[in-house]
Ligand binder design. Sequence first.
Ligand SMILES: NC(=O)C1=CN([C@@H]2O[C@H](COP(=O)(O)OP(=O)(O)OC[C@H]3O[C@@H](n4cnc5c(N)ncnc54)[C@H](O)[C@@H]3O)[C@@H](O)[C@H]2O)C=CC1
Ligand SMILES: O=C(CO)COP(=O)(O)O
Length: 357
Amino acid sequence: MSEKHKVAILGSGNWGSTVARIVGSNVRDRTEVFDPEVRIWVYEELIGGRKLTEIINSEHENVKYLPGKELPENVIAIPDPETAIEGANILVFVLPHQFVRSLCGKLAGKIRENAFAVSLIKGVDFDEKGVILISDVISRELGVECSVLMGANIANEIADEQFSEATIGYRNREHARLLKHIFQTPYFRIAGAPDVPGVEICGALKNIVALGAGFCDGLGYGNNTKAAVIRLGLIEMIRFAKKFFKDVQSMTFLQSSGVADLITTCYGGRNRRCAEAFARSGGKKSFEELENELLNGQKLQGTLTAKEIYEILQRQNLLQEFPFFEVIYAIAYQGRSVEGFLQQLSEKELSLEGDID
Ligand SMILES: NC(=O)C1=CN([C@@H]2O[C@H](COP(=O)(O)OP(=O)(O)OC[C@H]3O[C@@H](n4cnc5c(N)ncnc54)[C@H](O)[C@@H]3O)[C@@H](O)[C@H]2O)C=CC1
Ligand SMILES: O=C(CO)COP(=O)(O)O
């Protein structure tokens, strides 16, 4: 390709801003291949009467979603998504999954020729036939090939440059190679897996399991109990992935995007934190209230994913096979007691695993 690759980032929350630090610095170091300007679409809001885009462009810091961390000066905040992607052929999607369709609606028909995308978004969509991958939403709405990047990646730790790994799920190896160049650093190591559905479904479903881990913490249980909850959740993640995506590879569950992301989220993530607070309140505070109270504008993905997965399973008459996902939904949305969580879960899941009685 004679023209240089140009990257645009769609989304500027906690992870989006962290990724912008990495991508901005990597492309600036390789200007023979990449255009050094990285535009980042920022959902505009006022902070103390000033526009967030203006603050980012003058102070080079996302003071709301990644305070205290400098953004490279070649990362330019843009409030209009269409302007943000002008001339870009590598589109990095990193926004809460509930906003993807409306964003794609604004970008459809405006994409540069031969552009391709990567989704860092952890969530799913669905229709009457079942689950739809967010990468497929992007792909279909915009007519671009879409890889995914998922992993044990709590944003603040990566912004602190602590060692972490991630997995690129890809169909096009050349795209994956370029993506590795824009994301990898000595402290952020990228592996590839030719299994987009496996990588992406793990990234979405582990957020539901993290709610279970948070319930454990809020109910005052210890490490053995939490390990049991994580194991039971992992079984359902694998069962769901294999049921809806026949070609999912078993090895994918051992990638950073599989078991490692599950562990980190169950110990250090926002879903866990809000679920702990929910259980401590005895279910009296709603997740919506807790998200507003605890996350300063950051968004939970697990509760919405629990609802979406529940609706998929209900429509397909599959709830019996997924007691973990069913219980989490019922506690979060139907007022079922959080205290009964473990008992309901172990009885139902054990009968599926083959009880010895
Ligand atoms: N934060 C983390 O540690 C990680 C997050 N992720 C995933 O990355 C995705 C993005 O998450 P974060 O960057 O953490 O975001 P965030 O949860 O920190 O922030 C929410 C973002 O949504 C934006 N927003 C609010 N209302 C909006 C609207 N109506 N339309 C469009 N945008 C709106 C806000 O401006 C903000 O940028 C999620 O799917 C998340 O699961 C993945 C790995 C790590
Ligand atoms: O995906 C994450 C870590 O990989 C972050 O999880 P939370 O959204 O629960 O913070």
